[in-house]
Design a protein around this ligand. Structure first.
Ligand SMILES: *Cc1c(COP(=O)(O)O)cnc(C)c1O
Length: 388
């Protein structure tokens, strides 16, 4: 019996860093400044530099980063915010949380990201913000988003919760719009030991406002200039994230290399379709997604072979009970097709080549029971295997 292949293995990531992590946590305990301590300011500075942005403001989680960005731009009740139908529900919930209306746009079936062709049509006189999502780790088409935003006088807030380190035409995700929002949920490409998030911006005034809004709208102690939130990054999380950040590029490169190996091994297998990476975009492969009409049966077959998989996301936002009013089935066909067809394969930096080969071999056996169980090492030099 071989060992199970996990979907994500955080233990494998943290084990080699244990001494450094324990030391960093010990320093916070010794220092005793647990909220917005020196570790937070230090990590904010390093993360801003990593993104190529002037400012980073540590917050409680990724959804709060989005919510605070909307508040900083004075988005309020009755305003409309355009976002992709194909995203995690938190993107829409952040909009609803400020009383604004999420307006959904279908995805491009090749990249899974917001389809720019639907963008302009969704703009109304009430639209204030476009909120692209760099889903699965691939940068959305920011040229198209910024062009519509400029033409129609709208702000752009990037949901980069799955895309730490990805880039659009050489610029890091999160640094292109007015505010970029990150989550450090433990299983994200850069993950904390609990909830944590970050808003990055190049705008000095917005940075000041975000820093107030996350801390009770406070300009100085007991002076509250805005109706803010309590959503601060705590020092323990910042200390953990500062230990992990220097490894992020290496981890992302490992993900890209595993993705290339999957692609080479899975091209032309059964009815599988693989996500395309758009010209101009890079992906840091938060997820590696395949599509098939036989998704549920393939998922069971892999589970029986000891391989864990995920589905991102089985029920689109517009078909969730929370958003049922105003939407109907069939409205966003590409998003609905992905909900039915997509399967996320094991993907994390420590995933080994032989494990990728074992997953690919199990998938080939599903489509062709006569296929050999020992995987042939795929030829990585073939076209399409290399990430752009
Ligand atoms: C994880 C995620 C969020 C929310 O982040 P939290 O830290 O869990 O609040 C928002 N948007 C996307 C696309 C995500 O993947």
């Amino acid at each position: 019996m071989t060992r199970r292949i996990a979907f994500v293995d955080l233990h494998a990531q943290h084990q080699p860093l244990r001494a450094a992590l324990d030391r960093a946590i010990g320093e916070v305990v010794a220092g005793g400044q647990f909220i917005l301590g020196p570790q937070v300011a230090a990590f904010e500075q390093r993360f801003a530099a990593y993104c190529g942005a002037r400012h980073a403001i540590g917050v409680g989680n990724g959804m709060d980063a989005l919510r605070l960005a909307l508040m900083a731009l004075d988005v309020r009740g009755g305003d409309e915010v355009i976002l992709p139908a194909n995203t995690y529900v938190a993107t829409a919930l952040a909009v609803s949380a400020v009383g604004a209306v999420p307006v959904l746009v279908d995805c491009d079936p090749r990249t899974y990201n917001l389809d720019p062709r639907g963008l302009e049509r969704a703009v109304t006189p009430r639209t204030r913000v476009i909120m692209p999502v760099h889903l699965t780790g691939q940068a959305a088409d920011m040229d198209a988003v910024m062009a519509v935003a400029e033409r129609r006088g709208l702000h752009v807030i990037e949901d980069a919760a799955q895309a730490h380190g990805a880039a659009w035409r050489g610029r890091r995700c999160g640094s292109i719009g007015a505010v970029g929002c990150f989550s450090f949920y433990p299983s994200k490409n850069l993950g904390a030991f609990g909830d944590a998030g970050m808003a990055v911006t190049n705008d000095d005034a917005l940075a000041r406002r975000l820093a107030q809004l996350r801390n009770y709208g406070q300009s100085q102690k007991y002076e509250h200039v805005a109706a803010g939130l309590n959503s601060r990054l705590d020092s323990l999380q910042a200390a953990v994230l500062a230990v992990k950040l220097p490894h992020l590029d290496r981890w992302n490169e490992a993900r890209v290399s595993r993705a290339a190996r999957y692609r080479a091994a899975l091209r032309g297998v059964g009815d599988l379709r693989l996500q395309e990476i758009a010209p101009g975009a890079t992906s840091v492969y938060h997820l590696f997604v395949v599509e098939t009409e036989h998704r549920d049966r393939l998922r069971r077959h892999l589970a029986d072979a000891g391989i864990d998989t995920g589905v991102h996301y089985p029920v689109p936002i517009h078909l969730q009970p929370a958003y049922a009013a105003g939407y109907r089935m069939g409205q966003f066909p590409h998003t609905e097709a992905l909900a039915r067809r997509s399967l996320s394969l094991p993907m994390f930096p420590e995933l080994r080549d032989d494990q990728v080969d074992a997953v690919a071999a199990a998938i080939r056996r599903f489509f062709d029971p006569a296929a050999p169980s020992a995987a042939r090492t795929p030829d990585l030099a073939t076209e399409g295997a290399r990430p752009r």
